[in-house]
Design a protein around this ligand. Structure first.
Ligand code: SF4
Length: 231
């Protein structure tokens, strides 16, 4: 079999590794939380919203994070059951964003819906050091629950659960819905936001195939359990 000398084979191999455009925009709550918390490279989340990766740059598969997180959730679940509650683990929330089929999706670590007090609580478990985006993520889940008929007339609370501390959130800020809307629009827009290669590239799942500006050798930083799984 002859080998093409004009680079055709090379181009087709690269193309086959490139991300596939999504039929409609899709946003994970964790992406939105990162963006709202001030992510430097906004392009990363915009690109993931519009494309499904075929090749990931860095698999974040350190099982110790998963084990610790799984234990924290399980201990919480047992505690809540002991209190007579019925915790729902990995409660999925999906919210349509527009008529084009754009969708926002998240998975709440643990949800309780107390029929006696008529209060639903979002329990977000984190095994890493405290970060602002953990509260943001919890607010996002609380906000998304208000859009579901099941929770519309209930009180909605949030609790970020760390191994040795719990941070309650009794309400979301008044301007939060308009802030969410602003950043959702940034992600679903056709026009890409800023791309900022730098130290954060090493935690980004977008490979050189889709982001030629990627910087592979950057400074170390603390990993977060949410830094894996984006596709
Ligand atoms: S690799 Fe770097 S520059 Fe490219 S999208 Fe990811 S964070 Fe942005």
């Amino acid at each position: 079999m002859s080998t093409p000398t004009d680079g055709t084979a090379m181009v087709s191999i690269t193309d086959s590794r490139k991300a596939k455009p999504r039929e409609s925009p899709f946003i994970w709550v964790t992406w939105l939380a990162d963006l709202m918390a001030g992510a430097r490279c906004q392009w990363r989340y915009w690109f993931l919203t519009h494309n499904q990766l075929k090749e990931k740059a860095n698999e974040f598969d350190d099982p110790t994070f998963q084990i610790r997180h799984s234990r924290l959730v399980t201990e919480l679940e047992q505690e809540l059951r002991d209190q007579g509650l019925n915790p729902e683990i990995e409660y999925e929330v999906r919210v349509p964003l527009d008529k084009r089929g754009a969708e926002l999706k998240g998975s709440i670590d643990c949800l309780t819906d107390d029929e006696t007090s008529q209060i639903a609580t979002v329990w977000e478990c984190k095994t890493v050091e405290k970060k602002q985006k953990h509260a943001l993520q919890t607010w996002l889940y609380m906000y998304l629950l208000t859009k579901r008929a099941r929770f519309r007339d209930k009180g909605i609370r949030g609790m970020v659960v760390y191994p040795r501390e719990r941070l309650p959130h009794r309400s979301i800020p008044d301007d939060f819905p308009s802030q969410v809307d602003f950043f959702e629009q940034l992600l679903v827009a056709d026009r890409p936001p800023r791309k900022v290669p730098g130290s954060d590239c090493r935690f980004c799942p977008i490979s050189l195939v889709d982001c030629p500006e990627r910087q592979e050798h950057s400074d170390h930083d603390a990993l977060d359990e949410d830094d894996g799984g984006e596709r």
